[in-house]
Design a protein around this ligand. Sequence first.
Ligand code: ACM
Length: 690
Amino acid sequence: MSRFCLATICSLVIVAGGLISQPAYAQASTTSAMFRNQLMPQPASLHLGDGAFQITSALTVSLPRTRSGRLQRAVLRALRRLEDQTGVPLPRTIDTTGAGTLIISVASDGARVQGLDEDESYSLTVTQSSIDLDAPTTVGAIHGLETLIQLAQPSGHGYIIPALTIQDAPRFRWRGLMIDCGRHFEPLDVLERNIDGMAAVKLNVFHWHLTEDQGFRIQSKVFPKLTAVGSDGQFYTQDQARELVRYARDRGIRVVPEFEMPGHSTAWLAAYPELASGSQPTGTRPEFGISNYALDPTRQQTYDFIEKFLREMTTIFPDQYVHIGGDETPAPDWKTNPRIRAFMKAHGLKDNAALQAYFNQRVLAILTQLHRRMVGWDEILNPALPKDVVVQSWRGVASLAAGARQGYQGVLSAPYYLDQMQPASIPYLADPIPADTTLTPSQQKLILGGEICMWGEHVDARTIDSRIWPRSAAIAERFWSPQNVRDVNDMYRRLQPASVELETLGLQHLTSEDAGLRGLLGSENIAALRIFAQAFEPVRFGERYREQNTSTLTPLTSFVDAVRPDPPIRHQLELAAQTLLAAPTSTSPATEAARKALNDFFAQQIAAAPQVLIQMQDAPRLQAVQLRAEQLQDLATIGRQAVRYLSTGTPPPAGWKAASLATLDQAKKPSAIVRFQFLPTLAELVNANP
Ligand code: ACM
């Protein structure tokens, strides 16, 4: 007998963006099982079949075509994860000769160095008796295995994979995550677990920001002072970097290294001051922000150095692309150094931008000779450069489009800055090629995709995961899935299981909050503080930068470091408010549930805040949030009142609304570099009152 559904939903054809969420709620007619679409990213197309494949120890795997070591390792990793998820012991080895119930048919292991043109597609056919995963390359199969893991779902006392057919391929070829290891060094295991997370959501480019004013993080044997002087001893050895490249390749992920030049180069120049444009640093720079130091673009010695350095780096990083940074180079020396002025005059370079374009041309020639292509931030965009450089746009969609109109390939990053601490919904809806784009089809082809950016000013190994995940899973869907997959509520529904899956990979985005709170309190007794913390999120990068004046010397152990951006309760409250406001006095189960969710949240905060105020007397680092705790009691009280007035249809007393809105306005002002995550929802509730 079929263990899975059917009559109601089997005939549904789910094309991404269409009926995606419907099957999740469709009741199975014959069993309690139903298809829960928890896939993130959503596939290009999904057709439900009849019944389900039961996961049992009888599962066997066969690889009828490609049997590369990379594919076998990927299959064994997937089996271990399925085993952990289901509690069912699964094969420890792959019988490459026999028949199997999981048949993974891969035409080719793919390019020796994964490139932009790697075919990442796959198809998955699940029936009651077998699972067929077909892919042209191992990378496609790796993506298909991730889908398979997300498809496994409970049914009765065991786990099933619903019968279905998926045809899937990415919308964009470049789906990146950049991690800045220059400002704060991130140990290798942090990078590895983040690469695992990337693979789980089908990201395919790890952009490794390796040099900054604060540190030079990659060992050079040719120029050993780069790390000896420029790194505080925190850097990756060449062997470690090669190992990370191998680790990433095993997961279908390219590694694009970034070596910032000519600006953001204090660490280069601390080690080799003779390369400077004039003023020379005496060491790396603990302060963040934009430095005035720059490599000297006018001397042959600079290019000889870069050539030797990049040649060495190509022995570590096989990717076709090398990122040269190029952003934020004020270089005042270029305006004042008489030798540089004379050079500019002799070469007809009218300003700093022209000199930087000259520099980029010289570096591009070096990269070309090394069989590498150039990527750089917006600032490299200059008609002097040929069209095969890739521009990574951090200044906005408009600058990406401007590049495409001039014929340059581009990768969008502006909306995907995680340190803006925005709810996942905002970057989720930001599209590298929005539906209303004015780019021509051929210009659109130049938009390679997007890249999430995790800058390093305000993160260390303890906190970085909670800034990256789970929001990056939502952004990964934007890069992979069809353009019309844009249902924010459905995204948030799927983000929760995705977040838990990411934790099983070793990511610490969920546990780091509790660890941070325990550290603040010096106690395991964080029950009240944990509730309290849910009311907050970190402020945007710019506000923290202004308010805290951070440097590499700032301990990242404040309350702001513990709390997470976009805590799940934020969207739950938003939804509850929408439901309540649609029919404020209704007693329908949905309205009652929404009312209860809001009331519970406010009541819990009213109870928690006084306890936190008491606990902070013994926890000096927590005292920064005293004002926030006091404000929270007032805000939560206003929330309770707003819900009560709305629900009973009772107009609030005269002056209540104005006084409440004034309290909300006060609460918007900076304090403790955290903000109340629920203020917009609370404002809606207050404003809905007469
Ligand atoms: C950048 O944010 N300066 C690339």
